[in-house]
Design a protein. Structure first.
Length: 220
């Protein structure tokens, strides 16, 4: 077994234990395996082991490896988890099944145009900058609920969830709790939160998906 496959099994077991611990149904949490910076040869064993949901943070990098992998393995679900430039909306809609990083009006309007043009609608999440960090993407928490409503009412986009990346040096718990509260207020169901260092905590706070990279694939 490759290291990545062994680590995949460990992460899956820990998610299952965290679901149990939190009195959540088995399988409530989807594992998004974050394969950014790893090439097709590193990803293939993880696909062969049955993992089908993956996250990438760059449109161009994902275009270079996923079309071929999709040919080899049926049923792949690809998530965009990195910032989206509005001039990449066309490529992003064509390639991704879920776009987790809708965070401003311009992106919402470009996505709406492309979804209309291509007749293909990826699922959409709004990214919230729960720590209000100036260098980080995401809508401000105070604007999140209104932005979700505008995505629906002005742009005709169905938003399914919220996503956050808590500040690196802080306890992520309050950020997960904030995201959960905002999702309830906005009337959206899915919560994408938790990474290699804190995914079990995120499961306890109600994550519907966790995005785990280095704990599966190793250091980048
Ligand atoms: C890279 C990345 C991850 C995975 O991070 P790890 O700490 O390696 O698990 C999760 N979410 C986003 C948005 C990322 O860019």
């Amino acid at each position: 077994m490759s290291d990545a496959v062994q680590q995949l099994e460990t992460v899956k077991a820990r998610i299952a234990a965290a679901e149990h611990e939190a009195d959540r149904p088995a399988g409530a949490v989807t594992l998004v395996a974050v394969s950014k910076t790893f090439d097709a040869d590193a990803i293939r064993p993880v696909l062969a082991a049955g993992q089908r949901v993956f996250g990438e943070n760059r449109v161009q990098e994902a275009q270079g490896k996923w079309p071929a992998l999709r040919q080899e393995f049926p049923g792949i679900e690809l998530h965009l988890i990195g910032p989206l430039q509005s001039n990449k909306a066309k490529e992003a809609v064509a390639l991704f099944d879920v776009i987790e990083t809708v965070d401003r009006e311009k992106i919402a309007s470009e996505l709406a145009k492309e979804i209309d043009r291509q007749g293909k609608a990826p699922k959409l999440y709004v990214q919230v900058n729960t720590g209000s960090e100036p260098q980080k993407a995401g809508i401000e928490p105070k604007d999140a609920v209104a932005f979700v409503a505008r995505c629906r009412d002005v742009h005709g986009l169905a938003i399914e969830g919220l996503m956050c990346i808590p500040p690196a040096e802080e306890n992520p718990g309050p950020h997960f709790a904030l995201l959960e509260k905002l999702a309830r207020e906005a009337g959206v169901e899915k919560l994408s939160m938790g990474m290699s260092g804190d995914y079990e905590l995120a499961v306890a706070f109600g994550a519907s998906s966790v995005r785990v990279g280095s704990a599966i694939f190793g250091h980048r």
